[in-house]
Design a protein around this ligand. Sequence first.
Ligand code: HMG
Ligand code: MG
Length: 302
Amino acid sequence: MSDSVRIVEVGPRDGLQNEKTPVGVADRIAFIKALLGAGLHTIEVGAFVSPKAIPQMVNSDQVLRGVSQFGGGEFHVLVPNEKGYEAARAAGARVVAVFASASEGFSRANINCSVAESIERFKPVMARAKADGIKVRGYISCVLGCPYDGEVKPQAVVDVAKTLWDLGCYEISLGDTIGVGTPAKARQLLRAVAGQVPMENLAMHFHDTYGQALANLYAGMEEGARVIDSAAGGLGGCPFAPGATGNVATEDVVYMLEGMGIATGVDMPGLLAATNEISRLIGRPPVSRVASAMNAKKRAGK
Ligand code: HMG
Ligand code: MG
């Protein structure tokens, strides 16, 4: 497994969308700049969704415009429908992400429609993106369990993944939204989805609610998956996924990969500084094990 892995940093979007303390535009831009400076190139910076649903992502247009001046980054934003697509394009988006669910319960709670209806909403977005030369990433939530429907069968994920792939998404990100998966299930899922979508076009987006995310990533890597979504500081969650906690922490992922001899190009002190600053702004210490360990070491002067 000594080849390369691509990290998609989702802290400025998934990380902040569920925080009680709102983070202003200038601080979000500074966070993204710090992440870029630490060597993270693919960064999800905001969401063009209903301000009533997710007030934390208000002014994502200003954030996107603000970071677009920084060279060397690929900035992603979420769009649930054509309205979101139009706003994202007006703010200069070059990569957008649509988001579906493998389960009906979460689809309804998150985006107020059935899975099939969400696909219908994405079709015009995909068509316009194709005409505009815009890349579209496709998320699938609840791939290993749903807070409303419980168990989710791999076939349900395979079906949505194939649909999004056939519609033209360049990459499908498999979201364990509530972090209930375990390694054997993650492995089985990746194997199943890779029967329809090439493994190289699959991303693992694992929340760490039950502390399984790193193990699940490792199992997925053994299957050949090489794209990992993570959030600095282990931030993250979704207000429509009750009980779910943050994404796997970027620093934990980087520590694991570097320890395996896989170069990430991420500068750990720079990442830690970005994590500590955003943690200060939201008023609580980072939950990640690596940040805790490194901060403790720093405090001890070692
Ligand atoms: P709806 O109520 O069915 O939509 O919401 P609607 O078309 O009837 O519109 C209702 C209102 O929303 C209208 O405003 C629209 O203008 C407005 P009003 O007339 O009431 O003032 N609206 C919009 N405003 C801004 N941007 C838009 C937009 N569309 C409509 N794009 C909708 C449907 C999808 C809009 C809503 O449910 C929504 O925004 N949901 C967002 C949910 C969300 O962002 N969840 C978190 C991200 S997903 C996630 O975290 C999972 C992931 O990380 C992977 C994983 O972990 O599994 C990706
Ligand atoms: Mg997520």
